[in-house]
Write a protein that binds this ligand. Structure first.
Ligand code: PRP
Ligand code: URA
Length: 257
């Protein structure tokens, strides 16, 4: 591979076939450093596209989030914090490039994240709740928006907005939505991004249902899905069980209760 060439996101399985490592493209001269730094992720035994991020802080905060007594204010704060913790894990293998700087004492070679700015793409509305926390971690991240809502009867996604920054071919995208239920919204959002030219996409959600993960695997096997939890199933109305209820309503205080 030529020094400046980038490889596509690729999935690597170890000999046992259990550990999966997802890689962002990286410049060849830092490939060895990247390889040493990247930790293997355990993909889910039933879903090779899914990584559940088990971290004590994520699990603790997710339990608070699920609790129906949690206020709108705390719900917002928790979504933001969990998203930040997830992004820290998910960006573990971002490519680096060397940079020369001067400390107050001498010149040294440091490292900086390489390539075009990462782009966060929340799916409106509830995905918006994940932007603030991740932006605190990656202040230079660009933000695109995809407007979709689920028709209450058909459960099909209805699209109403799409705007992403230019340079989509060279950018890495993190699509954000707290809930992956039937997978209709997630697959439609990823299809729209791909249609616009995006190639390097990861999907981050807080709670996933097996149905949604399976649908993503069928529609977009090249898009890794990261979740804070994989729940049991959907109910007859397409809500995740045990889930956390309607994420958008709880986030913006628009529920009827
Ligand atoms: C929720 C959620 C996802 C979608 C998931 O949004 O935030 O976007 O449902 O369901 P699916 O996997 O079956 O498509 P909703 O449609 O309620 O819109 P909102 O965020 O505007 O409330
Ligand atoms: N959307 C939500 O907000 N919650 C669910 O459980 C399913 C879809």
């Amino acid at each position: 591979m030529a020094p400046s060439e980038e490889s596509p996101i690729r999935q690597q399985k170890n000999l046992a076939g259990a550990a999966t490592r997802w890689e962002w493209p990286c410049s060849a001269d830092l490939a060895a450093v990247e390889a040493a730094r990247t930790f293997p992720r355990m993909s889910h035994p039933d879903f090779p596209n899914l990584t559940v991020l088990h971290h004590p802080l994520i699990e603790h905060k997710l339990t608070l989030l699920r609790d129906k007594r949690t206020s709108t204010r705390d719900f917002k704060q928790l979504v933001s914090e969990i998203a930040m913790l997830m992004a820290y894990e998910v960006t573990n293998d971002l490519p680096l490039e060397p940079v020369e700087i001067d400390t107050p004492l001498e010149r040294m070679r440091g490292a900086q994240v390489a390539g075009k700015k990462l782009t966060l793409v929340p799916i409106l509305r509830a995905g918006l709740g994940m932007v603030e926390g991740i932006s605190q971690l990656i202040p230079s991240a660009r933000v695109g928006h995809i407007g979709l809502y689920r028709d209450h009867d058909s459960l099909r996604p209805v699209d109403y907005y799409f705007k992403i920054p230019a340079g989509e071919h060279d950018r890495a995208f993190l699509v954000l939505d707290p809930m992956l239920a039937t997978g209709g919204s997630a697959t439609a959002a990823v299809s729209a991004l791909k249609h616009a030219g995006a190639g390097r996409i990861r999907f981050l959600c807080l709670v996933a249902a097996p149905e949604g993960v399976r649908r993503m695997l069928q529609a977009h096997p090249d898009v890794p899905v990261f979740a804070a939890a994989l729940d049991r199933q959907l109910n007859a109305k397409g809500y995740i069980l045990p889930g956390l209820g309607d994420a958008g309503d709880r986030l913006f205080g628009t529920g009827r209760g």
